[in-house]
Design a protein. Structure first.
Length: 313
């Protein structure tokens, strides 16, 4: 762990945004935990000063006793507030891609590696989660962040905090992980027929894969779908063959950027809708956008590759 200079230690942003983003786990210690009185805590301080003033004015020993008792509670609470977070280890988890406008979900793993149980620990990003942890236990938090545009969406500062035990102090630790998730373009919201282009030529209709009549087999050719391979023939050592179907089976649908209209974001939104619809209808489709050409294929992996290309365009 790199030592911070005196200037870095007292940077105001460090108390709210945290230190530099990291990939590995972060342990909460005296360098990362900050403590200040909460609103009830400031009220408690005012009460102590009023009691102290009354004690001076009336020279009342019972008032002195009450004042110093409350003051001792106040200062002892600082230690317990620190211990409510000290020793916790937080680590970034996984994050799944989403479409623009949806909430990105970032996973954070919390480990309590001490013999001290933790009560009312809270974790916040744009939503706040509260949880208790037993000694030598761990838990998982899923924090949400609203997305508005495609591309990489980075998580802002995650804050771990607690008001335990009496709510007089807020102990908090701002954390920054290299957490990011991929945001796909928002699918076109209006009905959008698929482009009537198969293998580059206009046709009258598109037939779904797997619903035509079996027409025979042919020798495997590069680019053929794995699902169309005749595995039984291959097991019988008859060579690598590809199943063929009657109708338009084997035709390729190209989703071309030039076939769309509008702004760049509108075009990508239309292509995103076509990718989702083509995969849902069981079509073999390829994607063409400036600088990128994904050959025709189908399946979840191909769909994700197409969506990623659109997101990072």
């Amino acid at each position: 762990m790199n030592a911070l200079s005196l200037k870095d230690r007292f940077r105001l942003s460090r108390f709210f945004r945290g230190e530099k983003p990291v990939d590995g786990p972060i342990e909460l210690n005296q360098r990362r935990i900050f403590i200040l009185p909460s609103a009830p805590g400031f009220g408690f301080v005012i009460l102590i000063f009023l009691l102290l003033l009354i004690s001076f004015v009336y020279n009342n020993n019972l008032a002195y006793l009450l004042t110093f008792l409350l003051a001792s509670i106040f200062f002892v609470t600082i230690l317990h507030s620190y211990q409510s977070l000290s020793g916790l280890v937080l680590q970034q988890g996984q994050s799944a891609p989403v479409f623009a406008g949806e909430d990105a979900v970032f996973e954070v793993l919390i480990y309590n590696q001490t013999a001290t149980a933790r009560t009312q620990v809270q974790l916040s990003l744009e939503n706040t989660l509260s949880f208790d942890m037993a000694a030598f236990s761990n838990c998982q938090a899923r924090l949400q962040s609203r997305t508005s545009r495609r591309g990489w969406h980075h998580a802002n500062t995650i804050t771990c905090f607690s008001y335990y035990p009496l709510g007089l102090f807020r102990a908090w630790s701002p954390l920054r992980f290299n957490l990011k998730t991929l945001v796909y373009p928002k699918p076109w919201q209006y009905p959008l027929p698929l482009p009537q282009t198969l293998s580059g030529a206009a046709v009258s209709g598109i037939t779904k894969r797997g619903f035509d009549d079996f027409a025979g087999v042919q020798t495997y050719y590069p680019g053929a779908s794995i699902k169309s391979i005749h595995w039984k023939a291959f097991a019988k050592q008859q060579g690598l063959l590809v199943k063929q179907y009657s109708g338009t089976q084997g035709s390729e649908l190209w989703l071309d950027y030039d076939e769309t209209s509008g702004s760049v974001e509108e075009r990508l939104s239309q292509l995103c809708r076509w990718v989702l619809d083509a995969e849902q209808q069981g079509l073999i489709y390829g994607l063409i956008i400036p600088g990128i050409r994904l050959p025709p294929d189908h399946g979840k992996t191909h769909q994700l590759n197409c969506l990623e290309a659109l997101a990072l365009f």
